[in-house]
Design a protein around this ligand. Structure first.
Ligand code: PLP
Length: 376
């Protein structure tokens, strides 16, 4: 059996006619830039989240960079960033001339480590980017508490690029921070047919500023109020997203069912593997399903040999990435995220993954541990 990490073709097959007609419509109207589908999607997505404004952009990375730019933070600002995340989270700080300060991971939920967070706050700290990694909300309430206790004014930014529809205490993530960012990269839970991103915010002033920033800083054509960039969601991508958004809840539910099955089967028979912690107050949409094991590399190879593709999210914590060498972090500085990077493995998960495929993956895991020496 061959099981890919994600299967975008399976999803296309399930709504091919609708997608094709939506794309054809855009081509027929030739409104390729900021056409009516873009505005429609912005309305639809902000309604889905329960947030006042959604401003779409060309990618999730741009959403982070331009969102942070819109805050006009002073020079020398420090931005708290989890070391266990995708690099785009940190690039937002770097490309605005700010200093990313990396915070270690929590060994249970792989999100922000609260005690390390408290240590890293100082008078230059201006913002924290909370990442709802793997589709699971981070501990927003606890993080808020730490910030309050510090007595400083620190913006809370949500990187929800993996968390379209995840919830914290019954409320969708992406509605808590000064702004939140989403990515519509094709393999995300809500994916376009190319790059795409969005910033969501309840702050109208910020939303208006973002609409200037994404379009050369122009208020109307050729009248430029501020220095901006060109970063817009293509109308074709918005049309695809409008078709897909109504299915998102159903797809997220499928992922949750697959995750539950993985967890149940693994817990029942493979004590060597740690399954994800489940937090009832934080509804995960399982963008990723991560297991932890001491024999990660060998296990990954074993699965590959039997047709199962797995990935590592992420193999190198940000503070040890070559691109951030100039910040002079050393191995051992953020021990939890370094340990996680050695032990984590993401199993295939996507709405169309069948039960028998899930069983097949777990049976391979079982066989791997039956064969290998129980002492290592
Ligand atoms: C995907 C992702 C991004 C970047 O989004 P792009 O659309 O690929 O630029 C940022 N942060 C996280 C956590 C992501 O998973």
């Amino acid at each position: 059996m061959h099981i890919p990490f994600v299967d975008l073709q399976a999803q296309y097959k399930s709504n091919k006619a609708e997608i094709n007609s939506a794309i054809n419509n855009v081509i027929k109207n030739t409104e390729f830039i900021l056409g009516k589908e873009v505005e429609e999607f912005e309305k639809n997505f902000s309604q889905f989240l329960g947030v006042k404004n959604c401003v779409t952009l060309a990618s999730g990375t741009d959403a982070l960079i331009i969102g942070m730019r819109s805050l006009s933070l002073p020079p020398g600002s420090e931005i708290l960033i989890p070391s266990n995340t995708f690099i785009a989270t940190a690039l937002a700080a770097s490309f605005n001339g700010h200093k990313p300060v990396f915070v270690d991971a929590d060994p249970n939920d792989h999100g922000i480590n609260l005690s390390d967070l408290a240590k890293k706050i100082n008078s230059r700290t201006r913002a924290i980017v909370v990442v709802h990694l793997y589709g699971q909300s981070d501990k927003i309430g606890e993080i808020d508490e730490v910030i309050k206790k510090s007595g400083r004014t620190i913006y809370l930014i949500e990187d929800a690029c993996q968390a379209h529809g995840a919830e914290y205490k019954g409320k969708k993530v992406g509605t808590f921070g000064i702004f939140s960012t989403f990515s519509f990269y094709p393999s995300k839970n809500l994916g376009a047919y190319g790059d795409g991103g969005a910033i969501c915010t309840n702050n109208d002033k910020l939303a208006n500023k973002l609409k200037l920033l994404r379009q050369y800083g122009q208020r109307k054509k050729y009248y430029h109020d501020v220095l901006g960039v060109n970063s817009r969601l293509d109308t074709i991508q918005a049309a695809v997203l409008n078709v897909k958004l109504p299915y998102l809840e159903k797809w997220n539910k499928k992922r949750q069912e697959i995750a539950s099955l993985y967890t149940e089967l693994i817990k029942r028979s493979i004590p060597q593997i740690k399954t994800p912690h489940i937090f009832t107050e934080r509804k995960s949409i399982f963008h990723l399903y991560l297991i932890r094991t001491k024999k990660r590399n060998r296990l990954q190879k074993y699965l590959k040999n039997d047709g199962v593709t797995t990935l590592i999210h992420y193999p190198i914590p940000l503070h040890l990435q070559k691109a951030y060498k100039f910040l002079k972090y050393k191995r051992g500085d953020l021990p939890v995220s370094e340990k996680l990077a050695q032990e984590i493995l993401s199993l295939p998960i996507y709405p169309e993954l069948k039960k028998n495929q899930t069983h097949y993956v777990v049976n391979l895991l079982k066989r791997f541990y039956e064969k290998s020496n129980p002492n290592n």
